[in-house]
Ligand binder design. Sequence first.
Ligand code: HEC
Length: 154
Amino acid sequence: MKNCKLSWTLVVVLALIVAALGYKFTAGEVEKSDDGRVAVLLTKDERNALLQEMRTWLQNTQAVLAAASAQDFAEVNRVATISGMAAEANTPGSLFRKIPVEMKALGFDTRKKFDAIAADAAKLKDSKHTVAQVSMTMNNCIACHATYRFVEKQ
Ligand code: HEC
């Protein structure tokens, strides 16, 4: 009976630990920012890596539009693919714990939208469609920037 009680205590303690870890994983490493957004706290290298990814996103967005206006759908496919899910392989593992789950979802959705731009360009070769897709994708850029900041904290 005593053993039984002990094991229940253990179960409760373990459950609390699992819940706390789960919360940490979904909430990420964040604090309120004085500009009303959520600050995601990162090391200098993590922040630099993410901002570099962002600049690549901006560059590829421009390159997709330039290629679409030139009706060069092979090029749309090539540059959009660079911004698609394949790029996730380069993301450092430590970031998965620090980035809130909703932010991750928005990031993955943006990458999937670039994959759709790439696939549709190869299949449909319709620049109007590509431009509409880029416009929809950029709503994700706007939504995330309105909500989050990257702040350096060692
Ligand atoms: C999941 C969230 C998220 C999405 C989606 C997102 N960004 Fe960002 N981006 C950020 C955050 C956070 C920052 C840092 C903002 C800050 O600290 O004020 C940032 C910064 C940037 C910067 C500045 C880079 C620098 O060197 O300072 C650029 C450019 C940028 N994003 C472009 C884009 C473009 C283009 C898209 C869409 C194709 C996009 N981002 C989508 C979160 C996101």
